[in-house]
Design a binder for this molecule. Structure first.
Ligand code: SAM
Ligand code: SF4
Length: 325
């Protein structure tokens, strides 16, 4: 039976975070002054995460994205993914990573049953990459992308576009999609941590598109389920495709099909909503029925839309790494 929310949206997609820890410190994700990690004891065990996934699938979820923090830093991830991939009724098991550890893990991820990877990459120049990530080594990410391609993963690269930081690289990223069969998605910067004067960083999707079309012919691409919230385009003759995601300038809440569960078991109906349900009590009661009810409650109370726009945002600042993006 499909899972339908209060305004008729079908909810079939769970973003499941397995850790709030990360081997990078991206400026848009974590504030400068420390990151306040969740205590180890509050992080769900793999068995608990598995229970959530299994119950979610039993009530109508058919796609799970594993996220973090950085999911590849959590020990024991591969056997957990193998188990998830075997859940009857789970159609898609996919994962989002910063790519730093991908070179050595790509083969195992593929063998475990992960079907597709989203790789976050915000710059193709070493200095800008390490500035944005506060510590990252671009060569490792590029090696990870190559390893993932070699073992047959379909790949999406996600670039968070920030004015004055990396927006001069929009065309360089587009060139990647011309040269190889990957999807490059440009994502508007979101004010998760609400830094002062955040609007200066947002390059609206309309401007990204205008900048691309000054140099490239873009044709609308057919919208498939795999496109998610992106508006997709193809470049004639290109091996890959481009997508633009506009959570700030043009929200896509009416088509939202997702819920989120953090690594500490907090379920959320919207990234920007303050409301959340702690799944731990129902999980630890051992009752699948209670867990199913708690997940269904998140779907029922899913906000109609978020209240963030270029003019203002009203949410409490949060670390994207604690929710999973
Ligand atoms: N560590 C993994 C990664 O970076 O891909 C997975 C977790 S990360 C929180 C998930 C996604 O959220 C990444 O693609 C990241 O770029 C995106 N993200 C984080 N903060 C963001 C922000 N302020 N605006 C837009 N996207 C953001
Ligand atoms: Fe880590 Fe991903 Fe956040 Fe960057 S965006 S700090 S890689 S969790």
């Amino acid at each position: 039976m499909p899972l339908i929310d209060s305004i008729g949206r079908t909810i079939n997609y769970l973003r499941l975070s397995v850790t709030d820890r990360c081997n990078l410190r991206c400026r848009y994700c974590m504030p400068e002054d420390g990151i306040g990690k969740v205590a180890h004891g509050d992080i769900l065990s793999y068995e608990e995460l598995f229970q959530i996934a299994r119950v979610a699938v039993s009530i109508g979820i058919d796609k799970i994205r594993i996220t973090g923090g950085e999911p590849l830093v959590r020990k024991g991830l591969i056997p957990f993914l193998q188990k998830l991939a075997e859940i009857p009724g789970l159609g898609q098991l996919v994962l989002t990573t910063n790519g730093v550890l991908l070179e050595k893990m790509a083969v195992d991820l593929r063998a475990a049953g992960v079907q597709r990877l989203n790789i976050s990459l915000d710059s193709l120049t070493p200095d800008t990459f390490s500035h944005i990530s506060r510590c990252g080594d671009l060569t490792r990410v590029l090696a990870g992308i190559e390893a993932a391609k070699e073992c047959g993963f379909p790949i999406k690269l996600n670039m968070v576009v920030m004015r004055g930081v990396n927006d001069h690289e929009i065309l360089d990223f587009a060139a990647l999609a011309t040269a190889s069969a990957i999807t490059v998605r440009f994502i508007e910067y979101m004010p998760a941590i609400r830094e002062h004067n955040w609007q200066r960083l947002v390059v609206p999707g309309s401007e990204i598109l205008a900048r691309l079309t000054q140099h490239l012919t873009l044709l609308p691409a057919e919208h498939t389920d795999l496109a998610g919230p992106a508006r997709n385009f193809r470049i004639p003759g290109a091996a890959g495709t481009l997508g633009i995601i506009t959570p700030v300038s043009h929200h896509f809440c009416s088509d939202c099909n997702r819920i989120r569960v953090t690594a500490s078991g907090l379920a959320k109906g919207c990234l920007f909503a303050g409301s959340q349900v702690d799944l731990k009590p129902s999980l630890r009661s051992g009752s699948r029925g209670l867990l199913a009810q708690a997940l269904a409650a998140i779907v029922e109370t899913k906000p109609v839309r978020h209240q963030m726009s270029l003019e203002a945002c009203h949410h409490q600042a949060f670390r994207m790494s604690s929710i999973g993006g």
